[in-house]
Design a protein around this ligand. Structure first.
Ligand code: 16G
Ligand code: ZN
Length: 547
């Protein structure tokens, strides 16, 4: 039939690289860009099928995030704007690795039948395409378009060069029946930011130089987008550096800053005392930092600390809102606020959050896991230490909040309660609820600092990180390591966990675990202890056990 011959015809132009096994990792495919053409083509097919199956717009993003410029990658956004459902990952794997057009057609045939995908040409499939600034993105985009075009009645819309979170946001907005252009995105962020600033308590706004923020754009797409957004903001002075003239991710960006704890290119002694932030190559991660005097080291304010700030602010608004007239908390209006971290969160951050009385849950590494858990609460906040995270508001909770706010607007406009409700609503619009977003996260951090009247130093003092060390060990086969319990216990190779425990026991406040990376051929080792020497020593001895 027509569909079959279309697929055979187009797919014969895209052959997978020989001798490479591709796998849909933690967040899609990531490889040397030269190896990816057929994979991106096939992910285009997958996105179109997913759109038919869900009767909604699907996103396809071409990026390799913080990885080097010669790499690239591709991932799919589901109708909600979140990551592709994990049920489809095995299909993604087989699709990328099947050797030729005939096996491809067979594979698709079988999958379409199993999933009951309406492939009769009666229904349109829609896929939004996006890419970051990598030079290889252009030809890979063509491959993605061909993939979408291989499904009868599927239409691809090119959103151009965008951040990963922008594309996810657009998919989410469109599927809610809203306008979803880049301008709509900027408008929503800037207007909700303005609302939050207008609700800042009198007298808490820091003045003068305190108000300047310098942002390292990783020489990627985020810097350029922040330049656009910045023009629409008042009450905040942002200077963007590394916004695309230098080499992407080379000695710059959130991943570099967080892992190396060294100043990014273009920052130095002149920035001592200034609030600095760093985005990663596709602007879905954000960390803050302070340049230390007389060295190239930085004081890192990581994802965990961003989460602590968000949690504190949200908790404060909830306690104002949920307080009854006689000062007690209104039980029926208790809001289920949940915090989600991975085992790689600094132990001091977990202690801090628990001490605030918050519920803290743990999941394995990777946004798809954290996001899913956070979605179980009325308000769920998740972050990875690397700076990826966001705040989710459930639909039901948001509706109730809108109603409460409307009631308060008519009964007691301008009261503390009403302001708290308005602030929460503004947060829900400012923060990207599809996926972690460095730009929207940055604006929320800035709004909260102004609300509190805090400097970055004051914020950084919320708690002190325990000394920690991360190492990676190159291994022949990383899948030899299997973990359980949110990656805190290694069940394979057998006996290794007991050996790790024996090392941990030698260090005060020791914590250490291993896990296979989801993006590289390595096993990661994390260690924490009461001193830096302890953390280093523990990490080194655990790394030896893995080797
Ligand atoms: C990906 C994940 C990130 C995770 C990292 C771990 C998404 C969007 N990104 O970048 O959440 O922290 O992988 O990589 O899910 P690793 O397993 O190599 O340490
Ligand atoms: Zn990224």
């Amino acid at each position: 039939d027509q569909q079959r011959s279309l697929l055979l015809d187009i797919s014969s132009r895209f052959s997978p690289p020989k001798g490479v096994k591709l796998s849909y990792g933690t967040s899609g495919y990531r490889e040397d860009a030269a190896l990816l053409e057929s994979t991106v083509y096939r992910v285009g097919i997958l996105a179109a099928l997913r759109s038919l199956k869900t009767r909604a717009v699907i996103g396809l993003m071409i990026t390799a995030s913080h990885n080097k410029i010669s790499d690239n990658g591709v991932k799919v956004a589901d109708p909600s704007g979140g990551m592709l459902t994990q049920d489809w990952e095995p299909f993604a794997d087989s699709l990328a690795n099947t050797p030729d057009s005939h096996s491809l057609v067979q594979l698709i045939d079988a999958f379409v039948k199993r999933e009951n995908i309406p492939l009769d040409g009666e229904q349109d499939a829609k896929v939004f395409l996006g890419r970051d600034t990598r030079p290889s993105g252009f030809s890979l985009l063509e491959a993605a378009k061909q993939g979408v075009a291989s499904i009868v009645s599927a239409i691809a819309t090119d959103m151009g060069v965008v951040t990963t979170p922008q594309l996810h946001w657009m998919v989410r907005a469109r599927n809610k029946g809203l306008e979803a252009s880049e301008n709509n995105y900027y408008n929503q962020l800037s207007s909700s930011f303005r609302c939050l600033l207008e609700l800042t308590p009198q007298g808490s706004r820091p003045s003068g130089t305190n108000n300047k923020l310098i942002v390292d754009g990783a020489d990627g797409v985020g810097g350029e987008k922040l330049e656009n957004l910045k023009g629409m903001l008042s009450g905040l002075h942002i200077e963007v550096r590394n916004s695309g003239d230098g080499l992407l991710n080379e000695g710059v960006g959130a991943d570099y800053v967080q892992k190396e704890k060294i100043v990014p290119r273009g920052f130095g002694p002149a920035e001592v005392g200034v609030r600095c932030a760093s985005l990663d190559g596709d602007a879905d991660r954000l960390v803050y930092f302070l340049v230390q005097p007389n060295s190239n080291k930085i004081e890192l304010v990581d994802g965990d600390k961003i989460m602590a700030l968000f949690a504190l602010f949200i908790q404060e608004q909830l306690s104002i809102l949920n307080k009854s007239e006689d000062g007690t908390v209104n039980r029926p209006h208790q809001t289920r606020l949940g915090i989600v971290q991975t085992a790689y969160a600094n132990g001091a951050s977990t202690d801090y959050l628990k001490q605030l009385g918050l519920q803290v849950a743990f999941t394995p590494t990777g946004v798809k896991h954290l996001h899913e858990k956070a979605a179980e609460y009325d308000i769920g906040i998740y972050f990875e230490a690397n700076g990826h995270g966001t705040i989710l508001f459930s639909e039901t909770y948001l509706c109730a909040l809108e109603d409460t706010n409307n009631d308060l607007l008519s009964s007691s406009k301008g009261s503390e309660k009403q302001k708290a409700a308005s602030r929460l609503l503004s947060v829900s619009k400012l923060i990207n609820q599809a996926v972690g977003d460095a730009l929207s996260g940055l604006l929320l951090v800035e709004a909260i600092l102004q609300h509190m009247g805090w400097s970055i130093h004051r914020w950084n003092e919320l708690y002190h990180d325990l000394p920690s060390r991360q190492l990676k060990v190159k291994v022949a086969d990383r899948s030899a390591v299997v973990t359980t319990n949110a990656e805190t216990v290694a069940v394979k190779p057998s006996g290794i966990q007991e050996a790790i425990n024996a090392e941990i026991a030698k260090y005060p406040q020791g914590r250490s675990f291993i896990r296979p990376s989801g993006t590289e051929d390595v096993v990661r080792v994390y260690a924490e202890a009461s001193t830096q020497e302890g953390a280093d020593g523990l990490a080194n001895s655990v790394a030896k056990l893995v080797d």
